[in-house]
Write a protein that binds this ligand. Structure first.
Ligand code: AMP
Ligand code: MG
Length: 282
C-alpha cells in the first residue's frame, strides 16, 4: 500500500497565489500518461480505495468514531455527479452517506446556514459525500448577493471555525475538492443536455443564468480558495475538463485521506482458535 500523499494529491493542494483565472482546465497534474494509461491506473486505485473503505467501515462497527467527508464544489456540469456515480459508486454503498444541497427550503432558511449541513455529516466509519455544500452560501450567495455583504463576509470565518471543530473535535477528515471546467467545456456539456433526450433531466434553464455570472463566480471561488484553505482542511483545486483525470484524482485524494487515518483491521472480541474448534465440533 502506498503511504503518504500521492503525487496527484500534492499537485492539487491549494497554494497561495493560485489564480482561478489561470487554471489550465485540461492539465492532468501529478499524472503522466494518456487516457488509456489513466484507465489502467484507475482500476488499480479503485481496488485500493474499496479495501480502505471497507476497513474504515469495519472500524466504525467496532467503536471507531472517525469518518471521511468529501466535499464537492463546482458549477453546473463540472462533473460532481460523475464523481458520485463512478468513484463513490465503486465502493460498498452501505458505507457511504451522500447528501446534496440545493436551494434552501423555507425551514432551512429560518436557520443559520450551517444548520442543514451539520445534520448531514457522515456517521462513524462512513465516507460522506456532499454534492454542493455550505460553500454555496459564499458562492451563489456572493455572486447573486443573496445576503448583505457583511453577512457574507462573516461566513468565511464561521466556516473555518466550524470545519476546525469537525476535524479536531469530531473526527471528520475533510477532503474539499473545487472542480473547474472551462467555459467552452461547460457550453458543450450543456449543449449535450439539450441535444439528448436521456440528458434533458439534467438540464435546468437556470443553469444558463448562472453561466452568465461566470466572472462573479470566478471571483467568489477565488475568495473561497484564498480564505478557507486551512492546514486542517485544505482545498484541492481540480481541473475537470478531462473526466477520466477528475475521477482518478478524487480516487487518489480519498485514498490519501483514508491512509492518513492509519487504519488496520479490528481485533476480534473472540478467540478465533476457540471458535474454529467449536465450529468443527458442531
Ligand atoms: P443542482 O446541484 O444542479 O441540483 O442545483 C442546485 C442549485 O441550488 C444550484 O443552482 C445551487 O447554486 C443552488 N443552491 C445550493 N445551495 C444554495 C444556497 N445555500 N443558497 C442558494 N442557492 C443554493
Ligand atoms: Mg444542475
Amino acid at each position: 500500500m502506498r503511504m503518504g500523499i500521492s503525487e496527484i494529491g500534492t499537485a492539487l493542494k491549494m497554494r497561495p497565489g493560485l489564480k482561478v483565472g489561470e487554471i489550465d482546465f485540461r492539465a492532468t497534474p501529478g499524472f503522466y500518461g494518456s487516457k488509456n494509461d489513466g484507465r489502467a491506473v484507475q482500476d488499480e486505485r479503485t481496488a485500493v480505495l474499496s479495501d480502505l473503505q471497507e476497513m474504515l467501515y469495519a472500524n466504525g462497527r467496532t467503536g471507531d468514531t472517525r469518518s471521511v467527508l468529501l466535499i464537492l464544489q463546482g458549477m453546473d456540469t463540472a462533473g460532481k455527479g460523475g464523481i458520485v456515480r463512478h468513484v463513490i459508486g465503486s465502493v460498498d454503498p452501505q458505507g457511504v452517506d451522500i447528501a446534496s444541497f440545493g436551494v434552501p427550503t423555507e425551514e432551512e432558511k429560518s436557520h443559520h446556514f450551517l444548520w442543514r449541513i451539520d445534520r448531514k455529516l457522515p456517521r462513524p466509519g462512513r465516507i460522506g459525500v456532499f454534492d454542493r455544500s455550505h460553500y454555496e452560501d459564499v458562492l451563489i450567495g456572493r455572486a447573486r448577493e443573496l445576503a448583505p455583504p457583511d453577512v457574507i463576509e462573516a461566513r468565511y470565518a464561521e466556516i473555518n471555525e466550524w470545519e476546525r471543530e469537525l476535524v479536531e473535535e469530531r473526527g471528520i477528515t475533510l477532503v474539499k475538492v473545487a472542480m473547474f471546467v472551462s467555459r467552452d467545456e461547460q457550453r458543450d456539456r450543456l449543449l449535450e443536455r439539450l441535444d439528448r433526450p436521456d440528458k434533458y433531466w439534467k438540464f435546468n434553464p437556470g443553469d444558463i443564468d448562472e453561466r452568465k455570472l461566470w466572472p462573479e463566480y470566478a471571483t467568489a471561488y477565488q475568495i473561497v480558495l484564498d480564505r478557507t484553505s486551512t492546514d486542517y482542511a485544505p482545498w484541492n483545486v481540480l481541473q475537470a475538463d478531462r473526466k477520466w483525470y477528475a475521477r482518478l484524482a478524487v480516487t487518489d485524494l480519498l485514498i490519501d485521506a483514508l491512509e492518513s487515518l492509519d487504519l488496520s483491521w479490528p481485533k476480534p472480541d473472540f478467540d478465533p482458535a476457540v471458535e474454529r474448534r467449536r465450529l468443527l465440533e458442531s
